[in-house]
Design a protein around this ligand. Structure first.
Ligand SMILES: [Zn+2]
Length: 182
C-alpha cells in the first residue's frame, strides 16, 4: 500500500488525460451500458485500478455510481465491496459485475409457439419464438410476411420430436427460431 503523499504524486502523473484514455468511450464496451450523470471516465478508473489494485486486495468503494471503478478492478481479478445510494446506479453496476448465466437467460427468452398468429404476439414482447418449420420456401415466406423485420434462424442440430409445421401443418422434426431483428 502506497502512502498518501506518493499516491497523489503518482495520480498527477497518470496518463488518463492523454489519448486514448481521455475519451469517454475508451475501454470495455460494458462501460457504455448506460449513460449516467457525472460518470467517471473509464480511462481514469483503469489507471486507478492499475496503480492501486493488487490481486489479494478487497477494495471498498463507497461511492460506486454505475460501477466504473469496481468493473475495472474486476477485470483485474480484484474484489470490491461497493455502495451507492441510487438504485439505478446499483442496478447498472450489477448488470456489469454480476456473473450472468447465459443458458438461463436464453431459456427465459425462448418460447415454444404452436400457432402462427402467436408469433407476432411473442416476438412483440421481445421473445424468440421456437417453431416447427417444414423447411419449405413457401412456409418461410408465409412466416416472414407476418411482420416486417422478422428473422428466421438456426434450426436445432439434434432433431426434435415430430411436430407440425406452423405454416402448413405438414409433419416435420425441424425446428427454427423467429425473432425480430429491430
Ligand atoms: Zn410448412
Amino acid at each position: 500500500m502506497m502512502d498518501i503523499k506518493s499516491s497523489i504524486k503518482k495520480l498527477k502523473e497518470l496518463p488518463y488525460l492523454d489519448r486514448p484514455y481521455s475519451s469517454r468511450g475508451w475501454g470495455h464496451k460494458l462501460h457504455s451500458l448506460c449513460s449516467y450523470q457525472s460518470k467517471l471516465k473509464p480511462g481514469i478508473a483503469y489507471h486507478l485500478a492499475k496503480l492501486f489494485g493488487e490481486k489479494e486486495d478487497l477494495i471498498f468503494e463507497p461511492f460506486a455510481g454505475v460501477g466504473t471503478i469496481p468493473f475495472e478492478l474486476a477485470q483485474r481479478g480484484i474484489k470490491t465491496v461497493s455502495l451507492d445510494i441510487n438504485p439505478i446506479a446499483y442496478t447498472v453496476s450489477l448488470a456489469k459485475l454480476k456473473k450472468q448465466d447465459k443458458k438461463k437467460i436464453l431459456k427465459q427468452a425462448i418460447v415454444d409457439v404452436k400457432e402462427i398468429k402467436k408469433i407476432i404476439e411473442e416476438v412483440g414482447k421481445g421473445k424468440i419464438a421456437k417453431i416447427y418449420w417444414c423447411e419449405s420456401g413457401k412456409c418461410y415466406d408465409k412466416i416472414m410476411k407476418l411482420k416486417e423485420g422478422l428473422d428466421l434462424f438456426g434450426s436445432d442440430l439434434k432433431k426434435a420430436k415430430l411436430g407440425k409445421c406452423i405454416a402448413c401443418n405438414k409433419k416435420t422434426t425441424n425446428k427454427a427460431y423467429v425473432a425480430s431483428s429491430y
